[in-house]
Write a protein that binds this ligand. Structure first.
Ligand SMILES: NC(=O)c1ccc[n+]([C@@H]2O[C@H](COP(=O)([O-])OP(=O)(O)OC[C@H]3O[C@@H](n4cnc5c(N)ncnc54)[C@H](O)[C@@H]3O)[C@@H](O)[C@H]2O)c1
Ligand SMILES: [Zn+2]
Ligand SMILES: [Zn+2]
Length: 378
């Protein structure tokens, strides 16, 4: 089968590898579509340590093609989304409802293995690692049964795939983790595939003002088309002094936070950082009104340290984060798709480009340049 394999940082190439065979408790999925998330690019750039070689891709959807021993509740022909939140259902975190923090699965996000410790990808005698427990930049994926979320046949798979990562992450950050309420004021920093899903989530649950900040004017325009009420074009992490102090970019996000506080007469109820630098995280937090909630989901700089004013915590502002929107995958992915089917969540408008697998490099290069999500179709 064809698969996009990362062999060294910066080199993602499509090559022929073996069709994987599912073991007990696993299923094989014929991928039909996979979104291209910025996290794939961060891995290609070598900013997240992973074992190589590795088949990347973690926003896949397809059709069950074979089931391993003991799998009785999924059948060949079922349509599935491959969630990155493969909760075991049994550990303490899963029992508390925090499936994205599963003690069994979460450690396997970057270690090249399925949650059961197995690796099913090979090229002859060579073992190839899985990414995010799925590796969807390939014609077939073998995943554990719990990573495959059954979805209705009538949802196009090139739309459904977005719920594997980006849409769940953005929508869930707003609706589940921050719990945006009717009429609340929301700031979203970063209007890529993830941030736009946060905008859609906030709009869907009846947020009042939805302010979007992105350095890209075309990304801001798409956000406005999707329901953002205010857009701010510019960097979200500058200190706003045009380097007058000569100290370089301290990256404190003061400029954006000050503009948002001025726009809203004191700050927003909820801020979502879908960029993820020290400056954008600080901007999200300092743009809050007293008692507001900031949720960081971007990881543009995985090593960043955030500096925030102590007294803002005393004023009961909350700074937290979320993995994959803190979803319960087998509940929330079908719910999100039901909203789409009911015409209340226009996920298809996030898909702006479709490529064959060979276009994966181009799709990655376009992140932050072209608005919306690129989807690879097979
Ligand atoms: N927490 C999670 O579970 C999770 C899941 C998926 C993605 N992510 C992360 O979320 C982030 C966004 O992913 P995406 O796929 O939407 O990326 P993307 O490239 O599609 O979008 C990023 C957007 O941010 C804008 N941007 C970048 N730097 C900026 C800055 N300094 N100021 C203002 N705007 C800026 C870009 O113009 C672009 O529109 C990435 O860091 C990704 O790794 C996290
Ligand atoms: Zn992702
Ligand atoms: Zn668990």
């Amino acid at each position: 089968m064809r698969a996009a394999v990362l062999r060294e940082a910066g080199h993602l190439g499509v090559e022929e590898i073996d069709v994987p065979v599912p073991g007990p408790g696993e299923v094989r999925v014929r991928l039909r579509a996979t979104g291209v998330c910025h996290t794939d690019r961060t891995v290609v750039e070598g900013k997240m340590p992973v074992p190589l070689p590795m088949v990347l891709g973690h926003e896949g959807a397809g059709v069950v093609d074979a089931v391993g021993g003991g799998v009785t509740d999924l059948a060949v022909g079922d349509h599935v989304v491959l969630t990155i939140t493969s909760g075991c259902g049994v550990c303490r975190q899963c029992q508390l409802g925090a499936f994205a923090l599963c003690e069994v699965a979460a450690p396997h996000m970057l270690d090249g293995r399925l949650p059961n410790g197995q690796r099913r990808l090979t090229r002859g005698a060579e073992r190839i690692n899985h990414f995010a427990m799925q590796s969807s930049f390939a014609e077939y994926a073998v995943v554990e049964r719990r990573s495959a979320v059954k979805v209705p046949d009538d949802v196009p798979l090139d739309v459904a795939c977005l719920t594997a990562c980006g849409v769940s992450t953005g929508f869930g950050a707003a609706v589940i983790r921050a719990g945006v309420g009717v009429g609340e004021t929301v700031l979203v920093i970063g209007a890529g595939g993830v941030g736009l899903a946060a905008v859609l989530g906030a709009v869907t649950v009846g947020a009042g003002r939805v302010i979007v900040a992105d350095r890209s004017a075309v990304a801001c325009q798409l956000a406005a088309d999707l329901g953002a009420t205010d857009i701010i074009v510019g960097d979200g992490d500058g200190d706003g002094d045009g380097d007058r102090d000569g100290g370089g970019d301290r990256g404190g996000g003061e400029d954006l936070a000050a503009r948002v506080r001025a726009l809203t007469g004191g700050g927003v109820d909820v801020a979502i950082d879908a960029v993820g630098t020290a400056g954008t995280a600080a901007a999200a937090f300092t743009a809050l009104r007293r008692g507001g909630r900031a949720v960081v989901i971007g990881v543009a700089d995985p090593r960043a340290k955030v500096s925030i004013p102590l007294y803002h915590l005393i004023d009961q502002r909350v700074l937290t984060g979320s993995t994959n929107g803190s979803i319960r995958p087998h509940v929330d992915i079908p719910r999100i798709l039901d909203l789409y089917r009911a015409g209340r969540l226009p996920l298809d408008r996030l898909v702006t480009r479709r490529y064959p697998l060979e276009g994966v490099g181009q799709a990655m290069a376009e992140l932050g340049v072209e608005p919306g999500r690129a989807v690879i179709t097979f």
